[in-house]
Design a protein around this ligand. Sequence first.
Ligand code: SF4
Length: 350
Amino acid sequence: MTPAAFQQSILAWFACRGRKDLPWQQNTTPYRVWLSEIMLQQTQVTTVIPYFQAFIEKFPTLDSLAVAHIDEVLPYWSGLGYYARARNLHKSAQIIYQQQRFPDTLEELMALSGIGQSTAGAILSIAFHKSHPILDGNVKRVLTRYKGITGWSGDTQVTKQLWAISAELTPIERCADYTQAIMDLGATVCTRSKPSCTVCPIASHCVALSMGIVAQLPTPKPKKTLPVKQRVFLLLRNYDQQLFLEKRPPTGIWGGLWSLPEFDSIEAAQDWCLSKNMAINSQQLLPTSRHTFSHYHLDYTPLVIQTNSPTNFVMEANQSLWYNAGQQLGLAAPIKQLLQQHIKTENKND
Ligand code: SF4
């Protein structure tokens, strides 16, 4: 499909099916387009409508917003979230007010706080009828599927590719209608889940649809690679087959729960035993396991040490104890599992 055919299909669809009665589509001014674009960032149209109406009623012009105190503005954003958007809007309104001219170039708009390339493109296209591509979330989704682009859109190469596609497809004429149309197509037809491909005007040339990969696109953000911490968990067993446990500090991971002494290395665990005058009568290293927290993986290697020395070293009250099988204690799941496994193995070996 040529860019011209693509534009025609989108514009024809918009003429019959597109939304043309949204409050910011009436009485279009740069200020109203700008306000709507900022409100629509990360927020759905239905949520934005009442906020837009209340805001525009209170601050009908850019000048009225610029001369207001920020404390007057913020209540009109209350509940919409991402409050930096309101602060940036207000700050930029004051700058424009001082300049006494609404910026009408990409560079000038992008120099203002909170206006990125896509918002600037939308303002220029819709309010000034100057052809500029946009790439908001809805447009990204349409283009990604239409062209079958794989890879996370936050990746620089993918972003570059999408901007190039958007630029190629944006018409010089009727850029205002086209910009509204493609945003609307993404919001109402090519939706995140269950897109309505059967009524989509570009379905016959959609790569994702023809390849049956619509649900896989856009490629989700890759999961963060978590750092890995390595620890040795000491299973110190005394002559009575009890295991030594320590209470963890009240805050942090497993705060206030009973746990095994943890060390950076096998040597550190052995040194600790010797510092408590506990001879190491036998020792065994068990296979390493992984427990994943939200911000790191914990790879722990249990070290079983049998000591037959007297275990009457001074213990801080309620901070450590010798654990008997079946004793009811607050234990983190991996520790509980480890103790149970160890006790089971020991019973089998008896
Ligand atoms: S055919 Fe479906 S997946 Fe492709 S652009 Fe249209 S709605 Fe989106």
